[in-house]
Design a protein around this ligand. Structure first.
Ligand SMILES: Cc1cc2nc3c(=O)[nH]c(=O)nc-3n(C[C@H](O)[C@H](O)[C@H](O)COP(=O)(O)OP(=O)(O)OC[C@H]3O[C@@H](n4cnc5c(N)ncnc54)[C@H](O)[C@@H]3O)c2cc1C
Length: 388
């Protein structure tokens, strides 16, 4: 067998998987269809929120804590700052899940936090505009990662530990047996490995068509704005990251970064797309609602429009990830369906998939990510619709 493991897709998760597999001494090859650190998948656009409080489900907290440790470890390796702890606001009505769910997870896991009402918020964050009746969970250690730098760092660590990564190579097909896997690429090669780790992002559904995983690829647009004058920038550089639920939408954003501006986006577009044919042009009518939203939250911050960029979400029906061994092929590990909130976990997902590939099991509590849950769902649906 030529390789212990092949990693299919070297983006956010795949670069981390390569680094962890190589660190464990595995002979590992990464295959990526585009250039290193490209802007055509799900891991580009300068910033990704990282936080420990988790309004979606407090089961993510354990993983988030480990992710922080591993990002820090990676920073020590490269000597480059990957994570900025700006603090984070989860803002909405008091009973809104963004606030209440985050609070629940903070209390359950004893995480540092403050619960602030509109008056507290106005005092603490004078550059922002809060509505009467709004509350926020403030998490002091929340912040943002620099995704392109994170991928470069994981790749550097992987290569330093002996991994090989090939770019501009698309995997066309794979075949698994009891002994290992065989892969066919668009360069006409046939490659063999003991294990295959699939970290194909928005392409995962295509390369695992046999499983019919219920994955939905959504087109998302990120936007950057700047205030009118340089003098206004310093006050915006010290803002926290935020996730905000208001009647004009759920949005999230970042502090001002010199040379980039303030990045902001709506959380969902509900615009289903295909990873190979997605429209990467941004329409003017997509910019205006976001500009209005940002002006409402941080007056003056959206005075000048900078640019927009398209990115892809890969959503599962329950918005939980898919991480586990392929239900029918024990030599294949799946890691996908990160549903728009996966980047912060790349570091720990790399460790988890390395355990799954090399040990056949993981020490992390990830039962709720099992790919089996969708097969069980499909079987249930088939039973329910079967005629007598
Ligand atoms: C706009 C936006 C904002 C987000 N904000 C946040 C946030 O604030 N915090 C957070 O935690 N998460 C966030 N996310 C989610 C997070 O960025 C993703 O979950 C994460 O980047 C997914 O990483 P990935 O490795 O699965 O995908 P990718 O990084 O896209 O990697 C998949 C790779 O596989 C390659 N590939 C696919 N098929 C093949 C093939 N057949 N052969 C070879 N290569 C192949 C692709 O080219 C790609 O490079 C956001 C996502 C988007 C789109």
């Amino acid at each position: 067998m030529s390789w212990d493991a092949i990693v299919l897709g070297v983006g956010g998760m795949g670069s981390a998987a390569l680094a962890h597999l190589a660190a464990r001494g595995a002979r590992v090859l990464g295959l990526e269809q585009f250039e290193p650190v490209h802007g055509l998948g799900s891991s580009h656009g300068n910033s990704r929120i990282i936080r420990c409080t988790y309004f979606l489900d407090s089961r993510y907290v354990t993983l988030a804590k480990r992710a922080y440790e591993l990002w820090q470890d990676l920073e020590h390796f490269t000597g480059e700052r990957l994570l900025t702890r700006s603090g984070g606001l989860m803002l909405g009505a008091r009973d809104d899940d963004v606030v209440d769910g985050a609070l629940r997870s903070a209390r359950e896991h004893d995480l540092a936090h403050e619960l602030l009402d509109a008056d507290d918020l106005r005092r603490r964050f004078p550059a922002m505009s809060f509505r009467n009746g709004e509350w926020a969970l403030y998490e002091p250690t929340a912040g943002y990662l620099r995704p392109e730098a994170c991928i470069r760092a994981h790749l550097a660590r992987a290569v330093a530990a002996g991994a090989e990564a090939r770019f501009g190579v698309r995997v066309l097909a794979w075949e698994a047996s009891a002994d290992g896997v065989r892969i066919r690429t668009d360069a006409g090669e046939s490659l063999e490995a003991r294990k295959l780790v699939m970290t194909a992002g928005a392409w995962l559904g295509k390369i695992t068509a046999d499983l019919a995983l219920p994955l939905r690829v959504e087109r998302q647009v990120m936007h950057w704005f700047s205030p009118r004058s340089r003098a206004e920038e310093p006050a915006l550089e010290t803002l926290p990251i935020y996730i905000v639920d208001r009647d004009d939408g759920r949005a999230y954003g970042f502090p001002f970064v010199a040379g980039e501006g303030l990045k902001v986006a709506f959380y969902r577009s509900f615009e289903e797309t295909d990873a190979d044919s997605v429209n990467r042009e941004v329409r003017p009518e997509e910019v205006e609602p976001v500009r209005k939203f940002l002006e409402g939250l941080i007056p003056g911050a959206a005075a000048r429009y900078q640019r927009s960029k398209v990115c892809l979400y890969t959503l599962t029906p329950d918005e939980h990830f898919i991480i586990g061994t392929h239900p029918q092929q024990r030599n294949v590990v799946l890691a996908g369906g990160f549903s728009g909130h996966g980047f912060k976990f790349c570091s720990v997902v790399g460790e988890i998939v390395a355990q799954l590939a090399l040990d056949g099991t993981t020490t992390y509590p990830i039962e709720f990510f099992s790919p089996q849950r969708f097969l069980a769902m499909k079987a249930g649906l088939e039973r329910a619709t079967r005629r007598p």
